[in-house]
Design a protein around this ligand. Sequence first.
Ligand code: NAD
Ligand code: ZN
Length: 358
Amino acid sequence: VLYNKKPCYDIVFQQSFDGLWEELQELGASEKKLCIVTDSRVDELYGAQVAELLEGKCCKIVKYAFPAGEENKNLETVKDVYRYLIEEGFDRKDMLLALGGGVTGDLTGFVAATYLRGIDFVQIPTTLLAQVDSSIGGKTGVDFDSYKNMVGAFKMPRLVYMNLSVLKTLEERQFYSGFAEVMKSALIKDALFYEWLIENMYEICEREPATLEEMVIRTCSIKKMVVEKDPTEQGDRALLNLGHTIGHAIEKAKNFELYHGECVALGTVAAAYISWKKEMLSMEEFYEIRDMFVPFYLPISVDDIDPQEILKLTKSDKKMEAGKIKFILLKKIGKAVIDRTVTDDEILAAIEEINFSE
Ligand code: NAD
Ligand code: ZN
């Protein structure tokens, strides 16, 4: 067994950054240099506040901010962070703090995995997507040429610190895009949570703090449970890819104009459609799942796609095994399964279902 350590770190939920130092202190931060890695937008909003909080408490606190955007999640930015850490004299006992969305977390985690063969890092996720998904599970990495997440490493953070109050400054589209991953988690593992999401629809859209807190905690618990059972994706972790097989294909075909969660919503509708056609879900369940995305401003159809192109892109995804696509389908709401029997025709029919021009 190459990888037999369970991910082991605290995930802390708070409504401010105030408790951050106490948590860091437990990791020995008083004796360390700390580098906040963040993007330009998050830096503007929260960079100074977090830096001030830590000022004078550790050996040294410095900050590296890169221009916000997926296009900067690459090896150029990684190199820049390496240079900065070398200039600032960071050694193996020092620590990085990833303050930002999934882009910041993935990039910082990759730097932490590779700088001096690995140094500690802490996730301080600030987007809904990062809080419920990317900050947990230890996948880190960057894009390479036109390939998403092509270069990376498994690297567990020492701590995930979530300040849920930062969700209020998220752009509308960004917020709902993250919500797609919440829906996905409920659909694959937790029917009761799915019911709860319907009941609390209004409070969620209003971003009512206590509701968001419960929502984030429940989604994180699902991700944590799945990932701990299967850290390197030999089995059940693949279930988290519900909606991602066709979703990624649409993301690419649309040149990343649609947000990730929007594509996940479309991909989930397609997967639910296939599940219905394979007589796993009833027709009522399919329509219910599809229509649940609508009040959360997520798309259930898309225009200007070429079904053949989406099929081709779907089949070129990483999730192929021995020539067969590993599809995640729904047996019912709250239970997903891995399926290797989905045919090209079934995929095409599902793409037609979400094709707006139909
Ligand atoms: P992002 O990090 O680019 O953040 C989106 C935008 O929101 C950025 O402009 C950012 O500056 C801004 N922002 C962040 N926090 C904010 C706040 N509190 N208020 C206002 N604006 C804020 O994108 P993302 O959607 O968080 O993450 C997407 C990335 O996550 C992708 O690169 C994807 O590959 C990766 N990802 C990784 C995993 C994993 O397991 N490692 C899982 C899912 C996604
Ligand atoms: Zn996703």
